[in-house]
Design a protein around this ligand. Structure first.
Ligand code: LMR
Length: 309
């Protein structure tokens, strides 16, 4: 009798354990405010993933560099201390020169052109181009086109000469700013506001939603509406973590990511236009729209950036 009971008891315990297994905790760290395209898309991913995979996953979102700031977040992903991050496409310099195609000035005239490239075979291939280095792209998320600001009245090209501009850690962006006769200063996103306030740097470039949500406009005199590049993101995981997940969990997370991507990308232009309107209404930094001739000098700097990558 005992011979029958023991295996039955063992399988009952096993079944109970399987059903009682703790949910997989997935930490999602990013560096921007919640009320931005990336901040909202991350929260939508959490909502959808936990709905699709009840009791199987727990998504913890950490905005505003709360868990890891720039640079640290990539190391944390490689070490398994965080499971999902969504760095700007300008932050993969150490892993891929190809991804810096997004940093070339004026290579994309608007977010629609960025979207077409990201959806293309070449764009999709970039998502997997760093997999052997421990970085697997799940999706691209949009923010918006970049504007150039400084703590004094500026126009292109002469009045930016000699100024210090904060940039993201990209060789292409470094070359772009140097080609304008200005000085590029690589710096973590969380340090930019104070650096602008104290004059450590004179200016910066970013999408309207970041310029507004981090109050950069309060420390700037002029914002040139250049639309000269894009701030977009690659949502990435460590393949060592990702490939160990149960197939049904991975499928559910992919489905949630796809829906969150559609949601966030639809929100991006709205959030950026709202941010631009609020900056103009605040009447602190002067927003200057540029015409073709005025944009010429920056447009002509493409070659230097192409050389850099
Ligand atoms: C920056 O560092 O300027 C941006 O990448 C921040 C962000 O993630 O939007």
């Amino acid at each position: 009798m005992l011979k029958i009971l023991v295996p039955l008891f063992a399988s009952a315990v096993l079944a109970a354990n399987v059903y009682a297994a703790d949910p997989v905790t997935i930490k999602f760290s990013h560096v921007v405010a919640e009320n931005t395209p990336k901040g909202q898309a991350a929260l939508k991913f959490k909502e959808l993933a936990e709905k699709k995979l009840p009791d199987l996953v727990k998504i913890e979102v950490f905005p505003n560099s709360q868990l890891f700031s720039d640079g640290k977040e990539m190391e944390a992903l490689l070490l398994g201390d965080v499971q999902i991050i969504a760095p700007s496409l300008s932050k993969f310099d150490r892993f891929s020169k190809q991804v810096q195609v997004f940093d070339l000035p004026f290579i994309f005239k608007d977010p629609e052109a960025v979207d077409r490239f990201q959806s293309s075979a070449d764009g999709q291939a970039l998502l997997k181009s760093m997999e052997k280095k421990g970085i697997l792209g799940l999706a691209y998320w949009h923010n918006g086109m970049k504007q150039l600001s400084a703590n004094k009245p500026i126009l292109l090209p002469d009045s930016v000469k000699g100024l210090k501009f904060r940039i993201q850690p990209s060789a292409a962006l470094e070359a772009e700013i140097k080609a304008l006769g200005a000085s590029p200063q690589k710096m973590a996103f969380s340090e930019v506001y104070q650096a602008l306030q104290t004059g450590v740097v004179d200016g910066q470039q970013n999408a309207w939603s970041n310029i507004y949500s981090k109050k950069f406009y309060e420390a700037q005199n002029t914002i040139l509406e250049t639309n000269h590049g894009v701030v977009d993101y690659m949502v990435v995981v460590n393949p060592a973590f990702w490939n160990k997940l149960q197939p049904n969990v991975r499928d559910g997370l992919n489905s949630a990511m796809s829906e969150a991507t559609t949601y966030g990308n639809a929100l991006a232009s709205i959030k950026n236009m709202e941010a631009r309107s609020k900056i103009v209404a605040a009447n602190k930094a002067k927003v200057v729209a540029l015409n073709k001739e005025q944009l010429g000098p920056l447009e002509g700097k493409n070659a230097a950036s192409v050389e850099a990558i």
